[in-house]
Ligand binder design. Sequence first.
Ligand code: SAH
Length: 344
Amino acid sequence: MIEKQNIRALNEEELIKWLANYGEKKYRANQILRWLWVKGETSFNKMTDIPKTLIRKLEESFFIDCITIEKYIQSYDSTVKALFKTYDNFFFEGVVIPDEKRATACISTQIGCPIKCKFCATGQLKFQRNLTVGEIFQQVVELNNLSVLLFNKVITNVVVMGMGEPLLNLTNTIGALEKIKMYDKINITDRKITISTIGLPDKILELSRINNNIKIAWSLHSPFQTIRESLIPIAKKYSIQDIIQAFKVSKFKQPITIEYVLIENVNDSENDVKELIKIASQFRCKINLIPFNKIENCDFTSPSLLKIKTFQQKLVEKNFIAIIRKSKGTDINGSCGQLANKFY
Ligand code: SAH
């Protein structure tokens, strides 16, 4: 028996080639791709303008790498976290964050994460594999369905800030974002998409060549190379200066967001803010301060709100845009760094 291929991994050319083998017309490829990416259809049976004989051939040759919502949980602040199951029985999470005007989908790109940041619950999970284009795409489809069901709001923004390091799965992430822009139930443009990364210089440059309209957030977390390395093991490979250089060379149209998780007595001193200012002065950016969210097996704590506001004030005094990111969904382990497939 021939092993079935994942149809959502095929491009138009490959599909046309497959169709030609069966004597099928080229335009069928367009019809099928439209069902998959514009309609978000996950069953060949429902592709109503495709003849039954062709549907049977499709079913014999292909599978669709479907994800299903295993369960979801809602925070007292409305944030919803969904647990997804893949066709090969892995689990990962996605989040919907509604506010007055928007509904933001926070999506994952990997199952587990190979980066292993000391302060992040996803890093404590075993890295299993990259998510596919279809899985990343469908996450937004499913989160949009949840958002419409629970809040009567379609997804207006996508942040790639869930599980995993998107730039280690760049091809699939970019591929999926392109498909998300095609999906007919939502209206997402590049400017409504933010990719958050630990900062991999080559990949930053590669991404900027593919799409420089998208927003980039950089997880810096300490302006000191040694402290950063102690928090983020992969930082040993890439110096802060190399990453800054990549941002300077890349031609992203929108300012880079520097993400800075504030951890008591680790990166919250006056010296830290002074050095952070030196870094932020080197390229067009704004700063997001994220109070550390509590996770299991980790002794870090967040500084007091007063200390966080003082830190922010020092940045504002130097004319930086610095905001304190409100933690949403902390009670359901749905905030930054808390995603670890735990539903209790
Ligand atoms: N791998 C990417 C995507 C994850 S985004 C990245 O590192 O940027 C999630 C954001 O939440 C990152 O800025 C990450 O550093 C931050 N984060 C991780 N653990 C956290 C925690 N316990 N509290 C607050 N923020 C955390």
